[in-house]
Design a protein around this ligand. Structure first.
Ligand SMILES: NC(=O)c1ccc[n+]([C@@H]2O[C@H](COP(=O)([O-])OP(=O)(O)OC[C@H]3O[C@@H](n4cnc5c(N)ncnc54)[C@H](O)[C@@H]3O)[C@@H](O)[C@H]2O)c1
Ligand SMILES: CC(C)[C@H](C(=O)O)[C@@H](O)C(=O)O
Ligand SMILES: [Mg+2]
Length: 372
């Protein structure tokens, strides 16, 4: 019997719908060639959800995600909220609430330097070439989720950073397991010279390390790590870090690859997993056809890996590499000719079909979409 996966699709705002369209195009191509079915249920989140329902995360969206086998997420965010510090409700609350609701404690962000794109980075080739690292960012605790308050006169604001031993253990185990499968090297990035929470991270990681004796663990303060990442990124393999540090250093690390439009991520927890590019809604690019869809398409590949469709995931990564090597790239990475978001998606989808043409079946139905 043909396997069938239900995918909740949360396109969101800005370039979100454009990059998700290309991702679905590629997923459909790969599903056809590897003979499984994907059924998509689209749901609202972010600014578009606020516009239509007054809420950044409607209950129906939570339900759709919980019932799905995986969630594909585009991006949220809109300048009308970014520019208004007094807004009562914000698109980002939708994403944060969804991560919490689904228990997505680990956000996994792979970073690599593609040979063909080495000259796209402002960093020197000899520094970045062969970089291949993976960031494990804690996603549902820390300063993002601690108590927040503002004094009644509006002059004092407080955000609280809290971590529990259990929260650190949950993600640390995943990072150690990844280190064992990769190169047995793990770096904890923290601020243990100042923060009590960071000292707890160190104690927990030191104690867990005894369960993973092959893994060499080192510790680095986040300020130094921010510098080391661009001075000598190859010293890192698995990076483990808390929520806010992970947010910041992963955008920084995207400079190694040449564009943030290349970086995918998987958000893993105890319920449905969610797959999202690390970039935001890039509102300046909305509907211009210039957004790089590769981060989202590679997030789709991570989703297929999570669903156990490893050959299909590899086929997507191969096709992305082909597009990169052929120079079929959006303006963030192109040299001479630039391609639209749509053209890059077409190229990748066509390459998937071409590469596995002999397995092509055209009697299946795909892209059954319902809007809730
Ligand atoms: N996961 C998310 O949904 C997410 C992540 C980050 C920011 N945001 C939101 O997005 C909005 C804009 O935030 P921002 O400008 O700080 O970050 P952003 O990631 O949207 O854009 C920053 C810059 O990165 C580049 N960029 C981003 N995505 C790209 C792509 N696909 N192709 C090519 N270049 C790309 C552009 O140069 C852009 O100016 C805000 O509302 C913010 O809250 C959402
Ligand atoms: C939009 C924002 C809440 C989000 C975060 O900080 O987690 C984003 O920057 C990300 O990296 O996914
Ligand atoms: Mg971010």
């Amino acid at each position: 019997m043909t396997k069938n996966y239900q995918i909740a699709v949360l396109s969101g705002d800005g370039i979100g719908p454009e990059v998700i369209n290309e991702t679905i195009k590629v997923l459909d191509a790969v599903a056809q060639t590897y003979v499984f079915e994907l059924q998509y249920q689209q749901a609202l989140i972010g600014a578009i959800a606020i516009d239509q329902t007054n809420e950044p995360l409607p209950l129906q969206t939570i339900e759709a995600c919980k019932q799905a086998d995986a969630v594909l997420f585009g991006a949220i965010g809109d300048p009308k909220y970014d520019n208004d510090p007094n807004a009562a409700v914000r698109p980002e609350q939708g994403l944060l609430a969804l991560r919490k609701e689904l228990g997505l404690f680990a956000n996994v962000r792979p970073v690599k330097a593609y040979k063909k794109l080495l000259d796209k980075s402002p960093l020197r080739t000899e520094i970045i070439q062969h970089t291949d690292l993976i960031i494990f960012r804690e996603l549902i605790s820390g300063i993002y989720f601690g108590d927040k308050k503002i004094s009644s006169d509006g002059r004092v604001a407080t955000d609280t950073c809290t971590y529990t031993q259990e929260e650190i253990e949950n993600i640390a185990h995943l990072a150690f397991q990844s280190a064992v499968k990769r190169n047995n090297k793990l770096t904890l990035i923290d601020k243990a010279n100042v923060l009590e929470t960071s000292r707890l991270w160190r104690r927990v990681v030191q104690s867990l390390a005894t369960q993973y004796p092959t893994v060499e663990v080192d510790y680095m303060f986040v300020d130094n790590a921010a510098m080391q990442l661009i001075l000598n990124p190859k010293q890192f393999d698995v990076i483990l870090t808390e929520n806010m540090f992970g947010d910041i250093i992963s955008d920084e690390a995207s400079v190694i690859g040449g564009s943030i439009g290349l970086l995918p991520s998987a958000s893993i927890g105890d319920k449905t997993a969610l797959f999202e590019p690390i970039h935001g809604s890039y509102p300046q690019a909305k509907n211009k056809g210039i957004a790089n869809p590769i981060a989202s398409i590679l997030s789709g590949a991570m989703m297929l890996d999570h669903l156990g469709e490893h050959d299909a995931a590899d086929a997507i990564r191969d096709a992305v590499l082909h597009a990169i090597n052929q120079g079929i790239l959006t303006p963030d990475l192109a040299t001479d000719t630039t391609y639209t978001t749509n053209a890059v998606g077409d190229h990748i989808a066509n390459h998937v079909r071409y590469r596995t043409g002999h397995r092509y079946q055209d009697n299946m139905t795909h892209s059954k979409s319902t809007i809730i």
